[in-house]
Design a protein around this ligand. Structure first.
Ligand code: 6PG
Length: 478
């Protein structure tokens, strides 16, 4: 075969990825379970580059040059396993199967292990940027063997988004499932970013009394500063949009129930297993599920709270500036938590992920792309073993400078009964992390009291138990 790469599964993401490869000069074999889709792609976009349409799995595999590079773009879960079962027997040692779906990283670990035994490289690749990204340049997070990246990397570097400094937004994240894990955390951070923006919007709408159009303007303004990011940019677009049917702001005619496909939930589930406090991401997932409980919300509508009284014009303007501070500070915390999870995953699974390199490939192409990420890259480049983003001097100083406003916003929200779970979880994390002493000492005392679970002392080594039911003397339990 002559095709340098093949794509099977030609729904929107697969189709656009195939076109991206072709537009960049690669010969692309394309295949789909129903051949009509394959023919349609070639008919419609054949002029963009060199495609080889394959009707059967055998034709598809035969169309590829060796070692074969075959990208699977089907639904995560069962369908991915089915396609692997179908193609693996047709492949040879050294061939590379690439899974570009949003797979759960545990599935990727299993598949990598199974295929490695058959001499086939399996590369789980996180791809972010939606349909547009797939076509014009996504952020790409490949895992798999270093050897597979040697053959795959140059192709991915061509089709990836380019950061402002020109470097492609792709790197070998680490072995086996490192890529899918990092993509999962990307989505968790995406959830948190979106929730924080939603809270900022909610406060501007209620407490500041701004219209959606005015809030769009505010976000546009913020987007010229340190919050400069794709999500802030599209927020302004969505808020400025007017519903054609009713003439009302679009945001007012959409049902207020957020849905989710599951990657944010996975992030939190895995964080619980790893013991990483990702409270901001968790609140974002919970905020979505709460919004979806229509019956609960209906039943709670009679509960009382303070009536929201919008601020006057001057105060509203000052408040909006404080909200920007709260949003930025909370965002620093979300990324701190997300990068902690990446580091914990990397240690647990022995992936040796470079957090600075992850921040670098998130600078363009992906949904959370932001000017901010270049600063995270800078922080990790300056100190690769940074224990936490908050321990970076610049971020620490910034959050310190933002905190008065951040606290004021949360107090005002609380006073007026506007829920800000993301802002307040972020602040609680900040305050807990920097605390000299935490009430965890009391928790340990309680555990020792009811379950003889023992505790450690501040002044001596070893573990101890107090005879709570007896004379309350302390015994050493080592
Ligand atoms: C991306 C997006 C993409 C998808 C999300 C949506 O990085 O391109 O994250 O993967 O749009 O999974 O997630 P929810 O449906 O869970 O909001």
């Amino acid at each position: 075969g002559t095709a340098q790469i093949g794509v099977t599964g030609l729904a929107v993401m697969g189709r656009n990825l195939a076109r991206n490869f072709a537009r960049n000069g690669f010969t692309v074999a394309v295949h789909n379970r129903t051949a009509a889709k394959t023919r349609a792609l070639v008919e419609e976009f054949g002029s963009e580059g060199s495609f080889v349409a394959a009707e059967s799995p055998e034709d598809f595999v035969a169309a590829l040059e060796r070692p074969r590079r075959l990208v699977i773009m089907v639904k995560a879960g069962e369908p991915t396993d089915a396609v692997i079962q179908e193609f693996a027997p047709l492949l040879e040692e050294g061939d590379v199967i690439i899974d570009g779906g949003n797979a759960h990283f545990e599935d990727t670990r299993r598949r990598e292990r199974e295929l490695r035994e058959r001499g086939i490289h399996f590369v789980g690749v996180g791809i972010s940027g939606g349909e547009e990204g797939a076509l014009h340049g996504p952020s790409i997070m490949p895992g798999g063997s270093a050897e597979s990246y040697e053959s795959l990397g140059p192709l991915l570097e061509r089709i990836a988004a380019k950061a402002p400094d020109g470097s492609p937004c792709v790197t070998h994240v680490g072995p086996d499932a490192a890529g899918h894990f990092v993509k999962m955390v990307h989505n968790g951070i995406e959830y948190a970013d979106m929730q924080l923006i939603a809270e900022a919007y909610h406060l501007l709408r209620t407490v500041a009394g701004y219209s959606p159009a005015k809030i769009a303007e505010t976000f546009r303004d913020w987007n010229t500063g340190r919050l400069d990011s794709y999500l802030i940019e599209i927020t302004a677009e969505v808020l400025a949009h007017v519903d054609a049917a009713t003439g009302k702001p679009f945001v007012d005619v959409v049902q207020d129930r957020a849905e989710q496909k599951g990657t944010g939930r996975w992030t939190v589930q895995i964080a619980l297993d790893l013991g990483v406090p990702v409270s901001g991401i968790a609140e974002a997932v919970f905020a979505r599920s709460l919004s979806g409980h229509a019956e609960l919300r209906e039943a709670a509508r009679s509960l009382t709270g303070p009536a929201v009284s919008p601020l006057g014009e001057k105060e509203a303007e000052a408040f909006a500036a404080q909200v920007e501070q709260a949003l930025y500070a909370s965002k620093i915390v979300s990324y701190t938590q997300g990068f902690h999870q990446i580091q914990a995953g990397s240690e647990t699974y022995d992936w040796n992920v470079d957090p600075g390199a992850v921040a670098a490939i998130w600078r363009a192409g992906c949904i959370i792309r932001a000017a901010f990420l270049d600063r995270i890259r800078g922080a990790y480049d300056a100190q690769p073993d940074l224990p936490s983003l908050l321990s970076d001097k610049r971020f620490g100083d910034e959050i310190g400078a933002a905190q008065d406003d951040w606290r004021a916003v949360i107090m005002e929200a609380t006073r007026q009964g506007v829920p800000v779970p993301g802002f307040s979880a972020a602040l609680a994390y900040y305050d807990a992390l920097r605390a000299e002493r935490l009430p965890a000492a009391l928790t340990q005392g309680q555990r020792d009291f009811f379950g003889a679970h023992t505790y450690r002392r501040t002044d001596r080594e070893g573990s101890f138990h107090t005879l709570w039911g007896g004379d309350r003397t302390e015994v050493s339990t080592d």
